[in-house]
Design a protein around this ligand. Structure first.
Ligand code: 13P
Length: 257
């Protein structure tokens, strides 16, 4: 049984005051419900808040991750953050290949693969995001797009170690449009099939769903056999919502035991 994982991508939101408040509420909520230890929990604040978050979450059930990292280990790359710097701040995780990085920062599949290789070399756990746009889905290209994104990122087979894949259909991000559990399951099963085809650890690799996950739709998504948790945007900024999503993931784990 793959362990459930719920990660919050806070994107470009927050201040030191709101980070302290949100993490305080989350830690309090988790302390009062031991059952939630059945899910791994990660929060990904923006870079300036990582040190604060790592300090607040030290020795807790919440791990901290960056939202992106450089493909380079160090050097003259103004504005970039090296994977080792994330580790140094107390991060164990990083997201690479988010569709907002691909869309607004022109990150190609090859750049994402280089970032994944760099984060892997630095010893981080990585959430690799893949997913198709609405136009690509409507043109019947969703599987082909995801196959190419994954094939490029996983060309270096070593990176599968400490890797989590997040399927985030671009049309479902921040739009309130969620893939139906059946649509998400179908793509998750396709992804697992690709890992099997490539002789990678298909059964042991966690595949998260992301795109308008809320307290109200988490349980039905987690009921699908190949959905191992969620990468949550907007709803991860509200403690009550995020805790409810974690509880839904933990219940899935308990139901399977
Ligand atoms: P929303 O949950 O706000 O749709 O964002 C999903 C996402 O992009 C997580 O990385």
């Amino acid at each position: 049984m793959r362990r459930a994982l719920v990660a919050g991508n806070w994107k470009m939101h927050g201040s030191s005051a709101s980070v302290a408040r949100l993490l305080g509420e989350l830690l309090q909520g988790l302390n009062s419900d031991a059952a939630q230890s059945d899910a791994d929990i990660v929060v990904c604040p923006s870079h300036p808040h990582l040190a604060q978050a790592a300090t607040l979450c030290a020795d807790s059930a919440i791990a901290v991750g960056g939202q992106d990292c450089s493909a380079h280990a160090e050097g003259a790359y103004t504005g970039e953050v090296a994977p080792d710097m994330l580790s140094d701040l107390g991060c164990q995780w990083v997201i690479v290949g988010h569709s907002e990085r691909r869309q607004y920062h022109g990150e190609s599949d090859a750049v994402v693969a280089a970032k994944l290789a760099a984060s892997h070399s630095a010893g981080l756990h990585t959430m690799l995001c893949v997913g198709e746009t609405r136009a690509q889905r409507e043109a019947g290209q969703a599987e082909e797009v995801v196959r190419h994104q994954l094939a490029t990122a996983l060309e270096n087979r070593a990176v599968l170690d400490r890797l989590v894949i997040a399927y985030e259909p671009v049309w479902a991000i921040g739009t309130g449009l969620t893939a139906t559990p059946q649509q998400a399951q179908a793509m998750h099963a396709f992804i697992r099939g690709l890992l099997r085809e490539w002789s990678l650890d298909a059964d042991g690799t966690r595949v998260l769903y992301g795109g308008s996950v809320k307290a109200g739709n988490a349980a039905e998504l987690f009921a699908e056999p190949d959905i191992d948790g969620a990468l949550v945007g907007g709803a991860s900024l509200e403690a009550k919502q995020f805790l409810a999503i974690i509880a839904a993931a933990a219940q899935r784990a308990q139901a399977a035991n």
